[in-house]
Design a protein around this ligand. Sequence first.
Ligand SMILES: Cc1cc2nc3c(=O)[nH]c(=O)nc-3n(C[C@H](O)[C@H](O)[C@H](O)COP(=O)(O)O)c2cc1C
Ligand SMILES: [Fe+2]
Ligand SMILES: [Fe+2]
Length: 393
Amino acid sequence: MDYYTPEISDNIFWVGSKDWNRRMFDALIPLPDGTSYNAYLVKGDRGTALIDSVNPGFEGELMEKLHSLIDVEALDFVIMNHAEPDHANAIKTVMDISSEAKLVTTQKGAKMAQVFYKVPEQRLVIVKNGDTLELGGKTLRFIEAPWLHWPETMFTYVQENRILFSCDYFGAHTAAGFYDDEVEDLISVAKRYFGEIMMPFKAKGAQALEKIKDMDIAVIAPSHGPIYRNPERILGMYHIWTAGKTQKKAILVYVSMWGATEAIVRSMAETLMSEGIQINYFNLLNSDIGDIARELVDSRAIVLGTPTVLGEMHPLAVYATHLVKILKPPLKYGVALSSYGWGGGAVRQLSEMLKPTKIEVVGAIEINGPASDEDFANIARLGKELASRIRCS
Ligand SMILES: Cc1cc2nc3c(=O)[nH]c(=O)nc-3n(C[C@H](O)[C@H](O)[C@H](O)COP(=O)(O)O)c2cc1C
Ligand SMILES: [Fe+2]
Ligand SMILES: [Fe+2]
């Protein structure tokens, strides 16, 4: 097969892979549009460098692409911006064939390359923030950008082409399009990815933005999703998302076996809408957690609904609440809604689970069986209270 290896800029080629059929990432994140593993080849007058590699299973494709562009045995450098296997696993294959190539990475990356990929110490080149590597007409500058989303991460900037290779940062899980302007709903896809992967590291992300703010960046080339030849838009969104700016929005996430919890969550939705609050409504039985992660990026409040099951929360609600805890969204307010048959217990557990978060629980309503008129009146009161808190902050 003749593979497509577009020259995205003078002597810089895309040698990545599109994984159209992948539907799950990290055994956790659904991928409705597949994803891509973007790797790039930089050809200088005196040397060549591969920036990142591809997911397990795509090594053959990568090698064929490289063979079509260079003498692979003579490759000089492999730049490892991030050690996660979707970008780094294929460096084993590359470095076996390119027997003189050195692996360029951060101090922490070097340790990981040894542990994960058995790269021998003498083949490692450790770089620090601001270090450069000269390939002849191509100067690679390294920017340490740790904890995006692993401790060892860095960016690589090619000065002559003004391209920032940011690996996972600014990424999007979609196999569609090569350039940002070719994917219609890209910001929504990128926001979902931010929620799933970068949101827990917002503060580190903001620091990375600060580090690159004065750089002349014509193109951002991440390792998932399209290349930004119009980088301003995604940079602007990342400034908002990493700052944790929330909107007048509430996200309602619930599960219900017999409809009692559903009825009070629904009633809460009606009140919030009538109070001018934008809502997103997720029944955990048929929701994609990536969509929930996306809405968590800028929602100001969450309504969690669960019945009591065997003295505790429904397991799906435990899962969703745990995700809310670990993704660390900028939510300010929370409400717990529940129905029980005899002893209850779900609301107590939910309050415990939310304690370590920064979410202020504005109220909790636990009803016995299906809601009475009085219960609905209480929900409306709590909904109005929540709406006013959302509006006032
Ligand atoms: C499998 C199962 C286990 C339950 N366990 C409890 C329980 O331990 N304590 C309790 O108070 N109610 C328990 N219930 C009753 C439900 O909490 C009650 O029917 C509630 O109204 C269901 O809300 P839903 O209609 O939103 O599913 C259980 C119900 C089911 C189906
Ligand atoms: Fe990663
Ligand atoms: Fe990745």
